[in-house]
Design a protein around this ligand. Structure first.
Ligand code: 5GP
Length: 208
């Protein structure tokens, strides 16, 4: 349909262990017109991570050059040591083609995107409760007690910014969380301020 031109920019955040990767993967499986932005980072790849798939792994010098060239939509230091950034070109090109782009970034990055791209849609994936979040982290079996404590404390900090998001989706049952994400996409595409061209046509006296 002609009215849906520019794709949406969907910023998805949520605490570690909430399942945002699972929700986004299922959303993308259902909607081939959704793309995931691949961030650049200066951190070393973990076992199994592939350059260009999980991240663009870059040196600090390369990252600095990209900053100078204004190649990032947003970037920042996340855990003190490493830089992470969202390359701008991919996001712009895909949205121009009419594809929706998901940024899976931390809450501070999300706030910066909100400032620079006011039409971005911010979605926070929240756990049903903090207890359930903690249980999920323990259940992964990959985290030390210290890491679980750090991640739980970080989750509390992140939750403080939840009211600044446009939408919240509780990830209790993945299928339901994905359906809610689909509803958000549909609602956003129906917004009058995303349909100026069609509105102008309709109100401009165009005859059938
Ligand atoms: P990890 O090193 O575990 O892959 O990611 C660490 C943190 O960096 C996560 O909270 C992740 O959401 C965040 N992150 C990944 N890519 C970006 C990005 O491009 N920008 C920002 N601001 N945060 C990012």
């Amino acid at each position: 349909m002609a009215r849906k031109k520019k794709g949406l920019l969907l910023v998805v955040s949520g605490p570690a262990g909430v399942g945002k990767g699972t929700v986004n993967a299922e959303l993308m499986r259902r909607h081939p017109e959704i793309r995931m932005s691949v961030s650049a980072t200066t951190r070393a790849p973990r076992p199994g991570e592939i350059d260009g798939v999980h991240y663009f792994f870059r040196t600090k010098e390369e990252f600095d050059r990209m900053i100078e060239e204004n190649a990032f939509l947003e970037y920042m230091h996340v855990f003190g040591m490493n830089y992470y950034g969202t390359p701008r070109a991919f996001v712009d090109a895909e949205r121009e083609k009419g594809n929706h782009v998901i940024l899976e970034i931390d809450v501070k990055g999300a706030m910066r995107v909100k400032e620079t791209c006011p039409d971005a849609v911010l979605v926070f994936i929240a756990p049903p409760s903090l207890k359930i979040l903690k249980d999920r982290l323990v259940g992964r079996g990959t985290e030390t007690q210290e890491s679980i404590d750090v991640r739980t404390a970080t989750a509390l900090e992140e939750l403080k910014l939840l009211p600044k998001y446009d939408y919240m989706v509780i990830n209790d049952v993945v299928d339901e969380a994905v359906s809610e994400m689909e509803c958000i996409l549909t609602a956003e595409l129906c917004r009058t301020d995303r349909n100026h061209d069609l509105i102008n046509k309709l109100t401009g006296g165009e005859t059938i």
